[in-house]
Design a protein around this ligand. Structure first.
Ligand SMILES: Nc1ncnc2c1ncn2[C@@H]1O[C@H](COP(=O)(O)OP(=O)(O)O)[C@@H](O)[C@H]1O
Ligand SMILES: [Mg+2]
Length: 384
């Protein structure tokens, strides 16, 4: 890989150069600070830029953001001798891939470089699957139900992996399957050094031939061992091997959730037509804006919506300005029955209004070739 390293410290530069060259990388070393990033990115066009120094000055975040905006394929890894929490979160928003302590150990450096390399090759190998993230604006919004059932429908025409990222008390698998998983996300995280597509596939439960679910840890204490970088690595492998990767997230936005949301093609915050839900949804949209997510990345899902409800769709829409809203009807009895039996709703009640709504959403997300055939003739033949 082509790597540029920038540091005010010649000792650090020499050590970084030694480690990387020993691993066969093509390395450029430059003495200086973050102000040199832009010129070096332009001149050297590296795959990876390692930038060593202090991580405190907010102006430097702007310099980083300018470089990542101009060179979206460039991976930037910071090496921080000291740092402020603000600097770290803002630099993540500015597109920094990872932050390591400075000077890094040879092992930490190699591992970070290997992660960037894996991602680079993954992207080159195959077009990426779509990553769809569902998260509840309040507990009980219906995020898990919608994600698991949409996954089942998408898997009729595509390969689908659902990751249960409710690490503490995730139960997504039980919505569509009525046995326990043999392995979980905790097992994959423990074996992260061996992670590849086959390890990932072997750790999932096959709900249908094309629908796999990677369950949350059985035991909340195992959840503690799962780190944002594990999720990042798993998502990297998943997106390059499945057509759709669905994420069932919990309520809180922590660094782990941000890692996952960064990777999402689309985020579906799920809410119901009640004021506390609307307030939480508005706050979430605010967070997404500050993370730099564009409006087209987010689509609100107004679940259990009934025309007769006190807060109507027009009022909900007014609360969110131009944000897109998808509504899903209410169907308490059949939805509850499906969850209690661990059977996807569309498999037992295809004609149910919620099942039909999700089938339309799946079709919009994965337009099939024959449906795209234009012209009257095509339509006539299909009808026949
Ligand atoms: N469209 C719907 N109609 C009726 N009930 C629903 C619908 N969607 C979800 N539910 C109910 O809401 C409850 C909570 O759903 P769940 O997916 O666990 O929420 P979350 O993951 O957002 O916490 C479920 O038990 C289910 O019965
Ligand atoms: Mg849930």
């Amino acid at each position: 890989m082509k790597i540029a390293a920038i540091s005010p410290n010649t000792g650090h530069l020499q050590e970084i150069g030694r480690v990387l060259q020993a691993h066969g990388h093509q390395v450029t070393l430059a003495e200086g600070g973050k102000s040199r990033m832009q010129a070096i990115a332009e001149r050297e066009q590296p795959d990876l830029m390692l930038v060593d120094g202090m991580c405190c000055d907010p102006d430097e975040v702007l310099q980083i953001a300018a470089v990542t905006a101009r060179h979206p394929a460039l991976a930037v890894v910071l090496l921080c001798a000291t740092h402020t929490p603000d600097f770290l979160i803002n630099s993540m928003r500015a597109g920094v891939r990872e932050v390591l302590p400075s000077p890094p150990t040879a092992q930490a450096l190699q591992e970070a470089v290997a992660r960037v390399e894996a991602k680079l090759h993954g992207i080159a190998a195959r077009s990426q699957g779509k990553v769809l993230a569902f998260l509840p604006c309040k507990g009980g919004s219906g995020a898990t139900f919608l994600a698991t059932n949409l996954g089942w429908l998408l898997a009729e025409n595509a390969s689908v992996l659902l990751l249960d990222l409710n690490l503490q008390f995730g139960d997504a698998l039980s919505f569509v399957y009525d046995s326990k998983p043999v392995s979980t996300l905790a097992d994959v995280a423990r074996d992260i050094g061996r992670l590849d597509a086959s390890l990932l596939a072997a750790s999932t439960v096959k709900v249908t031939p094309r629908y796999s679910v990677l369950a949350a840890p059985e035991d909340p204490s195992q959840a503690m061992a799962i780190k944002p970088e594990h999720i990042d690595a798993i998502l990297g492998v998943a997106a390059s091997h499945y057509d759709f990767v669905l994420l069932d997230l919990g309520r809180g936005i922590d660094t782990l959730a941000i890692k996952a949301l960064d990777r999402a093609t689309r985020i579906y915050p799920v809410l119901q037509a009640q004021l506390p839900h609307i307030r939480h949804a508005a706050r979430l949209l605010e967070v997404f804006r500050s993370l730099g997510y564009g409006q087209d990345k987010v689509e609100l899902v107004l679940n259990r919506y009934e025309k007769s409800s006190e807060i109507g769709l027009d009022m909900v829409q007014r609360s969110f300005g131009t944000a897109r809203i998808h509504t899903v009807p209410n169907s308490w009895r059949e939805v509850s029955a499906s969850i209690n039996q661990g059977e996807p709703l569309p498999s037992t009640a295809r004609g149910n209004a919620v099942a039909r709504n999700l089938a339309d959403l799946a079709a919009a997300l994965n337009p099939r070739q024959d449906d795209a055939a234009p012209g009257l003739l095509g339509r006539l033949f299909r009808r026949a």
